[in-house]
Design a protein around this ligand. Structure first.
Ligand code: PGA
Length: 252
């Protein structure tokens, strides 16, 4: 696992954006795995700037987002379809039929999960997947659990996640209790993964995640230790407790 520490969030975002730009430039049909939340906004800003300067295009690219709240659809203000439109899609030349987000309003959510898994598979998997990390170690909405789930599935959100994401809603009560998330198998089949962590509030979870190579479904990000091609990018604040080469004992 490659660990990159940058001076600040702006440098970190630039670093990750350049990884995506390379994939966009090198592949005939790049498949991008995209994330939502506070963390990726700077990356999307850099990609928009590069597109505006004529340096990159998305016309040949496909995208798959990690997750969506159950019950929220493409027009809902806090839904991730709207987030992607407002933070990236409306500013660049992605073909709308090539951008994919689970439909949280599908009449049969189980069927929607299967459809989404099949679609990722049919496109040959993801070339580069962007991940944030939750305070509880989740990736996508794969919450701490007894086992890893392989495919896209419906998940009950952790209270910690609902609290952390309440800032995007009027009040915590408005945060949905469930979501659809890409499974750990689909994330792990990505050819390249970049996990971005920004800010001091991520220092503790990054210490836990990087401090052990044990793979524990109670710390979902730990599965990334088993992937061949992961880059972790942190600003100095998130890397505050990280000591290169030092392994901490996993705690129960
Ligand atoms: P954040 O969320 O980017 O809003 O901190 C990260 C995550 O929950 O994966």
């Amino acid at each position: 696992m490659e660990v990159i520490i940058t001076k600040d969030r702006s440098e970190a975002s630039q670093y990750v954006a350049e990884m995506f730009m390379n994939v966009l430039a090198l592949k005939d049909r790049p498949v991008l795995g995209l994330a939502t939340g506070g963390t990726p906004k700077g990356v999307y800003g850099r990609l928009i700037d590069a597109y505006t300067r004529g340096e990159i295009t998305f016309h040949h690219a496909l995208s798959f987002n990690l997750d969506e709240y159950l019950g929220l659809g493409k027009d809902d203000e806090q839904g991730y379809a709207r987030y992607m439109k407002e933070n990236l899609f409306q500013f660049v030349d992605f073909k709308s039929e090539n951008t994919h987000i689970p439909n949280g309003k599908a009449p049969d959510p189980e069927k929607e999960c299967a459809r989404y898994s099949d679609l990722i598979h049919a496109q040959g998997g993801i070339d580069i997947q962007l991940l944030g990390i939750g305070d509880n170690g989740h990736i996508g909405f794969n919450e701490p659990a007894k086992t890893f789930k392989r495919h896209t599935h419906i998940v009950e959100l952790d209270e910690k996640t609902r609290e952390a994401n309440a800032r995007f809603f009027d009040k915590k009560d408005d945060v949905p209790f469930k979501a659809i998330t890409m499974g750990i198998g689909e994330i792990m089949q990505s050819r390249r993964i970049v996990l971005l962590a920004l800010g001091e509030h991520k220092a503790e979870i990054m210490e836990r995640f990087l401090g052990t190579e044990d793979i524990d479904p109670e710390l979902p990000a730990s599965i990334l230790h088993a992937h061949q091609h992961v880059t972790v990018v942190m600003d100095e604040a998130a890397a505050k407790n990280y000591r290169k080469g030092e392994k901490h004992e996993a705690t129960d």
